[in-house]
Design a protein around this ligand. Structure first.
Ligand code: SF4
Length: 173
């Protein structure tokens, strides 16, 4: 679906939902509402195009399995927030930026190149943690987006902290 066909109502509804989820999870959307809604329009267009919220600032492959790390919120959001005060697109920003005490700036791309991602995938890791054998009664699952850990048979349907979906969890131990 072309980006121009995304309705204002759909953007507004997603904006309200994301704002609520971000604030309840300790995150902040960019206070420039027009800019933020443009990014959300891009996310909705990508959902219509690919079936998932591929990052609006990156080139998606169209194969979900290869794009898991850039489904919004991407695996790189939190380290970028910590290091630079915003995610790569500046949809999510730090407290000082959200309060207007600092301005968001262009930041370097943290996503590894495709060749490196392929090697990581072959090793069974997206590059954050290597799994290991354990004698714990339940496997431990880690949310690759925010680092939330839980011990249970299966990862939760949705991360209770950052709202990332089940597929974004990796087996940690
Ligand atoms: S959190 Fe990641 S995927 Fe979402 S808009 Fe920011 S950079 Fe793009």
């Amino acid at each position: 679906m072309p980006i121009s066909e995304i309705s204002k109502e759909a953007v507004e509804s997603a904006y309200q939902r994301l704002t609520g989820e971000a604030e309840s999870g300790g995150y902040h959307l960019n206070p420039d509402v027009a800019f933020t809604k443009d990014l959300i329009r891009g996310l909705l267009a990508n959902e219509a195009r690919y079936g998932y919220w591929a990052c609006p600032c990156r080139l998606a492959s169209g194969t979900k399995d290869d794009d898991l790390d850039i489904i919004c919120p991407c695996d790189y959001r939190d380290p970028d927030l910590t290091e630079h005060g915003s995610c790569y697109c500046a949809l999510y920003v730090s407290g000082p930026i959200s309060r207007g005490e600092r301005e968001a700036q262009a930041i370097p791309e943290r996503r590894p190149p495709a060749s490196e991602r392929k090697k990581m995938k072959a090793k069974g890791s997206q590059g954050h943690f290597e799994g290991g054998e354990t004698s714990l009664p339940y496997p431990v699952w880690r949310c690759r987006v925010c680092g939330y850990l839980c011990a249970r048979e299966e990862p939760p349907e949705q991360c209770p902290i950052c709202k990332a979906k089940k597929e974004r969890f990796e087996r940690f131990m």
